[in-house]
Design a protein around this ligand. Structure first.
Ligand code: CMP
Length: 223
C-alpha cells in the first residue's frame, strides 16, 4: 500500500484530502526496528514524530531505583513522539519495539510546519493527546483506589480491543499495572486454570472475557 493511502487510514489524518496526504507522505521516511530495539530514550532530543505502521511499541520510564514503568503499548496507526516535537522539549519517556516494527518518521520542523498549515491535522493531534490524558486519569484512579486485579483487567481489556494476541511478558504486564512479575504469573495461572486465557512464552490470548471479568473482579462484578 502506498504511504499516502495508509496515512489516510491512520485516525490522526482522517479527514485530510488526497493532496494533503501526498504532501505528508513526502515528509516521511520508513524505518524498521528489530524486536527489543530502542527507538529513543527518555531525555533524547525530540527530533521527529513517529507513526507505527506494523508491530508494537512500548512507551516506558525507568524510576530512580531502576524499576520500569510501562505507560502504554502502542499498535499500528498510533502516533508517538509528539510531546517533545510539539513542546520543543526532550523525550518524556523511552520507546522500544516489542516485536519487529516499522514506523513512519516525520522530522520535527517539517511536521510542525505541516500542522501550522493544516488545522484539521492539528486538531486530530490534540484529540490524541486528550484521549491519552483521559486514559492516564483512569490509570491514576485505579492506582490510587483500585487493586492489581482491577488494573490487570483494565490493561488486558484495553489491549485486547486492539490486538487478538497480547505480546507481553509477565514482567512487562507487571511494569504496566504496577505489580511484580510473580503476582502477574500467579493471577495468569489462575485465569488459565479457569480456562479463560491461553498463554505461551511472551504472549497471551483471552478466550472468555466474561469469565476473566468474573475471576478478576469477583463479587464487585456480581453486584
Ligand atoms: P515524547 O515525549 O516526544 O516521547 C515519548 C512519547 O511517549 C511521548 O512523546 C508520547 O508520544 C508517548 N507517551 C508519553 N506518555 C504517554 C502515555 N501516558 N500514554 C501514551 N503515550 C505516551
Amino acid at each position: 500500500m502506498r504511504i499516502e493511502d495508509w496515512l489516510g487510514k491512520a485516525s490522526i489524518f482522517a479527514g485530510l484530502g488526497r493532496q494533503e496526504l501526498e504532501e505528508l507522505a513526502a515528509l516521511a521516511s520508513l524505518k524498521t526496528f528489530a524486536q527489543k530495539e530502542t527507538i529513543f530514550l527518555e531525555d533524547d532530543p525530540g527530533d521527529a514524530l513517529y507513526i507505527l505502521r506494523t508491530g508494537a511499541v512500548k512507551i516506558f520510564r525507568v524510576s530512580a531505583d531502576g524499576r520500569e514503568q510501562i505507560l502504554a503499548v502502542l499498535h499500528p496507526g498510533e502516533l508517538f513522539g509528539e510531546m517533545a516535537v510539539l513542546q520543543g522539549a526532550t523525550r518524556s519517556a523511552a520507546a522500544q519495539a516489542l516485536v519487529e516494527s516499522t514506523v513512519l518518521v516525520f522530522p520535527q520542523a517539517e511536521f510542525r510546519r505541516f500542522l501550522a498549515q493544516q488545522p484539521q491535522g492539528a486538531l486530530q493531534c490534540i484529540a490524541v493527546l486528550c484521549s491519552r490524558l483521559r486514559r492516564a486519569n483512569r490509570s491514576l484512579e485505579l492506582l490510587l483506589w483500585g487493586n492489581v486485579r482491577q488494573r490487570l483487567y483494565a490493561a488486558l481489556g484495553e489491549m485486547a480491543d486492539k490486538e487478538d494476541e497480547i505480546e507481553l511478558t509477565h514482567q512487562d504486564l507487571g511494569a504496566l499495572v504496577g505489580s511484580s512479575r510473580e503476582t502477574i504469573t500467579r493471577i495468569l495461572l489462575e485465569l488459565q486454570a479457569f480456562g479463560c486465557v491461553t498463554a505461551g512464552r511472551g504472549w497471551l490470548q483471552i478466550t472468555d472475557w466474561d469469565k476473566v471479568r468474573e475471576v478478576l473482579l469477583g463479587e464487585e462484578f456480581e453486584n
